[in-house]
Design a protein around this ligand. Structure first.
Ligand code: AMP
Ligand code: ZN
Length: 112
């Protein structure tokens, strides 16, 4: 999608601090970290949010969770939170599906 911030990051049109990349997904550090470790994992194909996941496009979601498991293992992280905000009220600000991976501090539940 031409006017999507994260599609532009995938295309290299906007710089990012890459954590990992393969043919299906891209991971990069959040520009405004909310924990000592805070990176995002996104599908390369544009999906607007969790609410736009379908039977046809959902394979990448399982792949992304596999990648999150691999990356956290490699980073030596055992305790972390995976978050995907869907919609304005839930705090979504970029409408390209992304999974926040947060770690390195105590976290509260329920989230604010
Ligand atoms: P959300 O608010 O759940 O939609 O998450 C969007 C996230 O993208 C926020 O945590 C932002 O800090 C992050 N973000 C926005 N622009 C950039 C960027 N250029 N590079 C890295 N992270 C970004
Ligand atoms: Zn996009």
């Amino acid at each position: 999608m031409s006017d999507c911030l994260f599609c532009k990051i995938i295309a290299g049109e906007i710089p990012s601090k890459k954590v990992y990349e393969d043919d299906q997904c891209y991971a990069f550090y959040d520009i405004d970290p909310q924990a000592p470790v805070h990176f995002l994992v996104i599908p390369k194909a544009h999906i607007g949010s969790c609410g736009a996941i379908t039977e046809e496009n959902s394979v990448v979601v399982g792949h992304i969770f596999q990648v999150i498991s691999k990356l956290t293992h490699e980073m030596g992280i055992t305790d972390f939170r995976v978050v995907s905000n869907c919609g304005e009220q839930a705090g979504q600000s970029v409408y390209h599906l992304h999974f926040h991976v947060l770690s390195g501090r105590d976290m509260t539940w329920p989230p604010g």
